[in-house]
Ligand binder design. Structure first.
Ligand code: SF4
Length: 454
């Protein structure tokens, strides 16, 4: 995973342990990438997805296709996903075969049959871990099942150390338009102490090759506040990122979920505070990066992204998902959304492959959203872009956020996290940089694990 927190994998982070304003980084997730939280998804609701699949295909809902590659060269110390670092070529082939049987099963259902993908996303794990023949085999089979012809975006996560000219040419040839490089940091010592597999020398080489191949959109990911990060080094990272001139940069604030190596170490040592920067320092570093990118001509387009040319560079996948697009998601542990129902697949390869072999959908939990859930979900996800117009929600959901979320919005305005008018809300920089912490207040009362208004 290149910590692409807008990916279905990232949605796992909705299991919340909200950091308090005390600012020390303690173990837990705070990132909100889907709604309602996973603790409300249930095995008993899996049949609802199968009911949706028996319905006729909708004509007015865009369809995305996600495929999950759970393999990595090594496990990063901050990684909270189930990844496999020991699979050989025949095991990878068996996994791809299973994934394609799963997709074929979906593609035969009335709800999916005949629809074309509006966007495609390869996430992980590390999709670029696949060899070019494996990648071509996978994508040819996918295209036969759900056509990508005319797709607005084909996004692909890559780890710089897995890339060379041959691999990148293969990635380009299968139709990838958006390449996301998991750079995270430019310093070898920091990369090493955080368990990353790649080194700084591989970043620029991979980036230059990729640029020469004409990808429409190259994004690089950075993480503010990794172990051993310093203010001086962060400045160097920001400068180096600007020098590469990527189309977009996504910057995350380091968190330490429970199932990471870092947390295991903290537990063994009886520590409560994670050995990473505190929240205020991370926010300051992201704010510094935003300022520097703005000076270089970039625009801040969300709580995590800067974009060089917002008129050309779009995040089709993120925006379509946030607006309720269908997502046909295949592969172990992947998260999908069909006809208003969220689902997640089995999180381990063993049970996943057994289910596929038995001709079943390998889902293990699902959640049928209500109209109110969908309204709340879209509002809280889209406020991460920094601004919302209330009219949009009145037209789409018949709900006015100004009234529905009156205490929450007024709190944001009072604390200087937002400016509020009768027609919309705009987050301040301070609000934008801690939006995930603030969003938990917008959950419906029955979904709150932490609340200021009950
Ligand atoms: S081990 Fe590292 S590269 Fe692999 S999914 Fe986890 S964070 Fe990403």
């Amino acid at each position: 995973m290149q910590t692409t927190l807008d990916s279905p994998q990232a949605a796992a982070a909705t299991e919340v342990q909200v950091p308090k304003k005390t600012e020390k980084t303690e173990a837990g997730n705070y990132f909100v990438s889907n709604y309602p939280p996973f603790s409300f998804w249930q095995k008993e609701q899996v049949p609802v997805v199968e009911e949706v699949l028996r319905r006729p295909a909708p004509t007015d809902v865009p369809l995305g296709v996600y495929f999950h590659i759970p393999f990595c060269r090594k496990r990063c110390h901050f990684c909270y996903f189930k990844v496999y670092t020991d699979k050989n070529a025949s095991e990878i082939k068996a996994y791809i075969d299973a994934g394609m049987r799963e997709m074929e099963h979906f593609a035969r259902q009335p709800y999916i049959a005949g629809r074309k993908a509006h966007f495609v996303y390869f996430g992980g794990g590390t999709p670029s871990y696949l060899s070019v023949p494996q990648l071509k085999d996978l994508t040819n089979r996918m295209k036969d099942l759900v056509s990508w012809e005319g797709a607005a975006e084909v996004a692909f996560e890559a780890e710089p150390g897995t890339l060379n000219e041959v691999k990148l040419t293969g990635i380009r040839e299968v139709g990838v338009t958006r390449l996301s490089l998991g750079v995270e940091n430019f310093d070898d010592h920091i990369l090493e102490t955080n368990g990353r597999a790649h080194r700084s020398g591989e970043i620029e080489k991979a980036y230059r090759f990729a640029r020469g191949l004409g990808f429409e959109h190259i994004n690089i990911d950075l993480i503010a506040g990794m172990m051993n990060e310093t203010a001086e080094n962060w400045k160097v990272c920001v400068r180096k990122a600007i020098e590469l001139e990527p189309d977009a940069v996504t910057i995350y604030q380091m968190e330490v979920p429970y199932n990471t190596t870092i947390y295991q170490q903290m537990k063994a040592e009886g520590k409560v505070t994670a050995p990473v920067a505190d929240w205020q320092t991370k926010r300051d570093w992201v704010s510094y990066a935003f300022d520097e990118f703005q000076k270089a001509g970039y625009t801040v387009t969300s709580a995590y992204t800067v974009v060089k040319d917002p008129t050309r560079i779009k995040f089709v996948y993120r925006d379509a998902l946030w607006e309720g697009a269908d997502l046909l998601s295949c592969g172990v542990a992947s998260f999908g959304h069909l006809g208003g129902v969220h689902y997640q697949n089995q999180a381990d390869v063993g049970p996943y492959m057994l289910a596929v072999d038995a001709g079943q959908f390998p889902m293990f939990r699902a959640y049928q959203t209500t109209a109110e859930d969908r309204f709340v979900r879209e509002f809280i996800l889209k406020i991460k872009l920094g601004h919302s117009e209330f009219d949009y929600y009145i037209r789409k959901f018949g709900q006015n956020p100004r009234e529905f979320f009156a205490p929450q919005l007024e709190y944001l305005a009072k604390e200087g996290f937002a400016t509020l008018t009768d027609t919309g809300v705009t987050l301040t920089r301070d609000g934008l940089l801690q939006v995930d912490r603030l969003l938990h207040d917008f959950f419906l009362p029955q979904h709150r694990q932490y609340a200021r208004y009950t």
